[in-house]
Design a protein around this ligand. Sequence first.
Ligand SMILES: [Mn+2]
Length: 418
Amino acid sequence: MLPVKARRQDARNLNVASEVSQMSSNQSDRVFGALEAFRIELPSWGFANTGTRFGKFIQAAAATTVEEKFSDAAQVHRLTASCPSLALHVQWDFPQSLASVDTIRECGHRHKIRPGSINPNLFQDQSYKHGSFGNPDPIVRRRAVQHTIDSIEIAKQLKCRDLSLWFADGSNYPGTANIRQRKSWFEECLKAVHARLSPAQRLLVEYKPFEPAFYHTDIADWGMAHLLAKAAGPQARVLVDTGHHYLSQNIEQIVAWLLAERMLGGFHFNDRRYADDDLTMGSIDPYQVFRIFHEIAYFEWETGQRADIAYMIDQSHNLKGKIEAMIQTVTMAQQLYAKAALVDHKALAVVQSKSELLSAESLLQDAFATDVRPAIRDWRLSKGLPEDPLDAFRQSGYLEQITKERGEKNSKSLSSYA
Ligand SMILES: [Mn+2]
């Protein structure tokens, strides 16, 4: 592969995007470097029909099998070159648990998409009515632990590194749960599953302050997730889902602290306006995502180490076309990641140390305001990718083809939860 500089020159020689001259060559090198390194994982559940708790709107083109999820993910990766892996959910993608592993492996090979993080089902089962790892019934806790151990085995067989744990555990009314007791059950169960990890695997612990439990959730915030990850063992880290915070919470500060503690394991990206809305990343507040990426880039510059973070998307689009929305998400993620790479860290460190507030703030604002799209187009062309991934997808005929193939099957699926 050509060095970044040569490829940028190649792209210029293609005689496209003369706008590149608006950006200094150092800046466009930074954009190229950032895009080369950036990977974000797609969620299998983002390609299937999903809904709200009020109902489902069926899309004729939605994936109806795990094979179709891999096929759709491959379309997004083919056009963006940034998402070579697919997060899988044991509940929906492994109907026969470990016996489904061969099917998944074959799908991965066929579509050249790697099985990514494995998400055990710790919420959708009648036995989980009062929790999984925090359930007062020891039989249910054991069942949840066994399911997680089976999920670790699935991950081992598929050579997946990360196991992502999200718990719906909590309570709806004051006084109905022994919060301290549940905390110790969580520690016990997390230790038990951590013991089954192979040395290369990681346990990612996600937090959420409310929903589906509305009085308390057992892992409500990053501090609780951090303590539980520490209790679980050395291979556990915290997973930050951007939608899982109270309104106006400073997420990039949480990110900075977790980085400083070497406890940041990954992200579930999505955007929100009110609660856990699972909207398209950057659709409501792109500056928020930029600030998160900035904290990571600043950490990497200061330490000279690459932060070992799994970037993942956790969105399910009910109204937008699923593949189109995923392409839109990945291109937005690329833009915001590239913008964050433009911050002049050396200059920032100097003005921060002198408390030159306006200069410091401007370094972020200028990077955020830079139009990186021409440089990204050049990068795409240098890699033989289409200039406009969404347009290329629309021209490809794939959507028409799958709409025809899957339409009938989807029309028979339930349109309501009732
Ligand atoms: Mn999530």
